[in-house]
Design a protein around this ligand. Structure first.
Ligand SMILES: [Zn+2]
Length: 469
C-alpha cells in the first residue's frame, strides 16, 4: 500500500440482479448459468423490429426496496432512457437504462460507524454475452453471441467517492450483499454474476480536497479480486505519480491469472451514449401509498440488527458486526444463544469456529456444544472436533461425546480437580512426600479414592505423581 502521503479515494458502481422470474422488459425466463445458448430469448430481447417492451413490476419493486433500505429518496416521477451504443452483445443498438430521473437518489449505507453516501439506485437491462472462439490450427476465428443474459434486469447502485481503502471497498460490497439478501431483493451471488463491482479509484495528497484522475475497474466478480485489484491499482497509480508521470483516465480490467489490472479503453475512446427518453415506455409515477407499504414491509436491516445484538445480548460491537454481517449467522446466533443461555460463548463459537467453516450447525446442536464446553464436560479442542463431526454426520454433540468416549477424558479433568483438592487439603503429607518420605503417597491416594471411589487407582496415582512434581 502507498505511504502515508497518499489518500485513496474510491467510489463504487455495483450491478445487482434483482430476484425476478422474468427479464426486465419481456416474459423470458431468467434461466441459469449453463443453459444452452439463446434458449431464454424472444423477439423483444433479441431486438427484433416492431416489438414493444413491458416493464417488469417485480424488478421495480426490488429496486424500490433496495433504495428504501439504502435510505434513498424516491422521487415522484421516474422514467427510462435509451443509452445508445453499437455492439453485437446488444442487438437493439441501445440499452434501456435510466439517465436523469432515476428510481431513487441521495441515500447512504452504514458501514461500521461510518456512512457511505449513495448517489442513486436505478434499473436497467443486462447485455448478451460474446464468446470468442476459434481454431488456431486453421486460423479460423469465430465469435458467438449468446443472448440469454440480454434483457435480464439489473439494479445499478452508485456510491459517492466515500471509500478510502481496498478494505473499505470490500466491506462495502459485502455489506451491500448482506442488505440485499436480508430484504430479499437479490440472491447477490458474486460467483453467479448476480453482483458485479466496478470501483473507480484515484489518489490525492492528504489534506487535498481535489479529486485526482480516476481509473475505473470493470466487472469484478469476487470480493477477493475486488480487494486485490484495488490494491494493485492504488500501487500502480502511486508509482506513476511518484515517477513523475500522470494517471490517465481510463477503464481497466482485472486479470485474475496475472493478478494485475490492464488498460481496456482510454478516455479518447469514451463513447457518446446520446441518451434520450425511451419512447416505447411510459414514465412512471411512483404511488406514495405503495412506497410506504414497501417501506413498512422491510425486515430488520443489518445495521439495526447489529445495534440490537449489542443491546439485547451484551455483545461487543466487533462481535455484533461480524455476526450481523450474515443473516444466517445472526439467526443461528439468536436461536443458539437463547437455547444455551450463554450469548458470549455462543458468539465466540460462531465467530471462531462456525463462520470460517462456511456451513452451519443447527441452533440446538450449537447450544448443546456451547454448554458441554462451558460446563467443562469436554475441552475446547474436543469441542472443535465434536462440532466438525456433528456437522458431517448430523449427530448431536452429546451423542458424539458419548460415542467418542470424550466423557471419560472429562472424568479425568474432574479427577484433576479432586486431586488438586487432596493436595491442597493435606499439606503435611505433601510436605513429607516432597521431603522424600514415599509412604506419604499412600495417605494421599487413600484420600483421593475416598473422594472419587470409582476412579482407577493407576490413573489416580499417575495424576498425583504429576501434580506433586
Ligand atoms: Zn425475451
Amino acid at each position: 500500500m502507498p505511504d502515508s502521503q497518499w489518500e485513496v479515494v474510491i467510489g463504487m458502481e455495483v450491478h445487482v440482479q434483482p430476484r425476478t422470474r422474468t427479464k426486465m422488459f419481456c416474459g423470458c425466463a431468467i434461466g441459469q448459468l449453463g443453459d444452452p445458448p439463446n434458449s431464454n430469448v424472444c423477439e423483444v430481447c433479441m431486438g427484433m423490429p416492431g416489438v414493444l417492451p413491458v416493464i417488469n413490476k417485480a424488478a421495480v419493486e426490488a429496486c424500490l426496496k433496495t433504495a428504501l433500505a439504502l435510505n434513498c429518496e424516491i422521487p415522484r416521477h421516474t422514467k427510462f432512457d435509451r443509452k445508445n451504443y453499437m455492439y453485437p452483445d446488444l442487438p437493439k443498438g441501445y440499452q434501456i437504462s435510466q439517465y436523469d430521473l432515476p428510481m431513487s437518489v441521495n441515500g447512504h449505507l452504514e458501514l461500521g460507524d461510518r456512512q457511505v453516501r449513495i448517489r442513486r439506485v436505478h434499473l436497467e437491462e443486462d447485455t448478451g454475452k460474446l464468446i470468442h472462439a476459434g481454431d488456431k490450427l486453421h486460423k479460423a476465428w469465430e465469435s458467438y453471441v449468446d443472448l440469454n443474459r440480454a434483457g435480464v434486469p439489473l439494479m445499478e447502485i452508485v456510491s459517492e467517492p466515500d471509500l478510502r481503502s481496498a478494505d473499505e471497498a470490500r466491506d462495502y460490497a459485502q455489506a451491500l450483499r448482506t442488505l440485499l439478501r436480508t430484504i430479499g431483493a437479490s440472491e447477490a451471488e458474486m460467483e453467479k454474476g448476480q453482483l458485479r463491482a466496478e470501483p473507480n479509484i484515484s489518489i490525492r495528497r492528504y489534506g487535498s480536497d481535489d479529486l485526482g484522475v480516476k481509473t475505473e475497474l470493470k466487472n469484478i466478480n469476487s470480493f477477493r479480486a475486488l480487494h486485490r485489484a484495488i490494491e494493485f491499482e492504488v500501487n500502480r497509480q502511486v508509482e506513476v505519480v511518484e515517477s513523475g508521470g500522470t494517471v490517465g483516465q481510463e477503464t481497466r480490467g482485472w486479470s485474475e491469472a496475472e493478478q494485475r489490472t490492464f488498460s481496456q479503453r482510454s478516455k479518447e475512446f469514451a463513447e457518446d451514449y446520446r441518451y434520450f427518453p425511451e419512447p416505447d415506455l411510459p414514465p412512471l409515477e411512483l404511488d406514495r401509498p405503495w412506497i410506504e407499504a414497501l417501506r413498512r414491509a422491510l425486515p430488520e436491516l443489518p445495521a439495526a440488527r447489529r445495534a440490537r445484538l449489542v443491546s439485547q445480548y451484551a455483545l461487543p460491537a466487533s462481535d455484533a458486526t461480524q455476526i450481523a454481517a450474515e443473516r444466517e449467522l445472526a439467526d443461528l446466533f439468536e436461536a443458539a444463544a437463547k437455547a444455551s443461555g450463554d450469548s458470549k460463548q455462543t458468539a465466540n463459537w460462531i465467530i471462531g469456529e462456525v463462520a470460517p467453516r462456511g456451513k452451519l450447525p443447527t441452533p440446538a446442536h450449537l447450544a448443546e456444544l456451547v454448554t458441554l464446553v462451558a460446563t467443562g464436560k469436554i475441552t475446547r479442542d474436543q469441542g472443535r472436533e465434536v462440532l466438525g463431526t456433528s456437522m458431517e454426520n448430523g449427530h448431536s454433540p452429546a451423542q458424539i461425546v458419548a460415542e467418542r468416549g470424550f466423557a471419560q477424558i472429562s472424568d479425568e479433568s474432574e479427577l484433576r480437580v479432586i486431586v488438586e483438592g487432596v493436595i491442597a487439603g493435606n499439606p503435611r503429607a505433601v510436605e513429607d512426600y516432597r521431603a522424600g518420605k514415599k509412604q506419604a503417597m499412600q495417605a494421599l491416594m487413600a484420600d483421593v479414592l475416598t473422594r472419587a471411589p470409582q476412579t482407577k487407582p493407576n490413573i489416580a496415582s499417575a495424576l498425583l505423581l504429576e501434580l506433586l512434581k
